[in-house]
Design a protein around this ligand. Structure first.
Ligand SMILES: [Zn+2]
Length: 159
């Protein structure tokens, strides 16, 4: 496989919206089953927020809920960029380097560093443009798939 470069990364993830869209598609590989009306729908993006709304009842789903990106004021693109940096460097990079590359504070960089490191240890590799999603669950039970994925990408806040 060719090396996944920063150019590839920027093409896949040009902005926060594309990161969110990617996350949505990863967590919900097919349609989203609305927890309120129980209908499987595509859901539409609510542009002012990081959420998607049910096409029928308007119930909102947040792809970042339960993930390391939840409750973070750091833009998704920076998170993804930090993941890219950490997963594409064989020897690994430090929290200090993340701070320098992304422009976040050291405290934030340190928190990101720890959370991403745990993710990577669990085999989360977004820089390939795809995750090794559990194939057994794809195409079947959405709720189960979401649980599994959410567990895999969920991390405790360690700061
Ligand atoms: Zn609904």
């Amino acid at each position: 496989m060719n090396k996944y470069t920063i150019k590839d990364f920027n093409k896949t993830f040009p902005d926060d919206d594309s990161c969110l869209e990617w996350l949505r598609n990863y967590i919900y590989p097919e349609k989203i089953v609305c927890p309120t009306c129980q209908k499987p729908t595509k859901h539409h993006r609510i542009t002012t927020k990081k959420v998607y709304g049910c096409d029928y009842c308007g119930h909102q789903i947040s792809p970042t809920a339960g993930t390391i990106f939840d409750h973070s004021s750091t833009p998704l693109k920076l998170w993804f960029y930090a993941i890219y940096l950490m997963s594409s460097t064989r020897c690994g990079i430090s929290a200090k380097q993340i701070q320098r590359e992304t422009g976040v504070t050291y405290k934030t960089a340190w928190r990101m560093f720890n959370q991403i490191r745990s993710l990577l240890q669990e085999g989360y590799k977004p820089t390939q443009g795809e995750f090794e999603a559990d194939e057994t669950y794809i195409g079947g039970k959405h709720t189960r798939a979401k649980e599994v994925v959410a567990q895999r990408i969920k991390l405790r806040y360690s700061v």
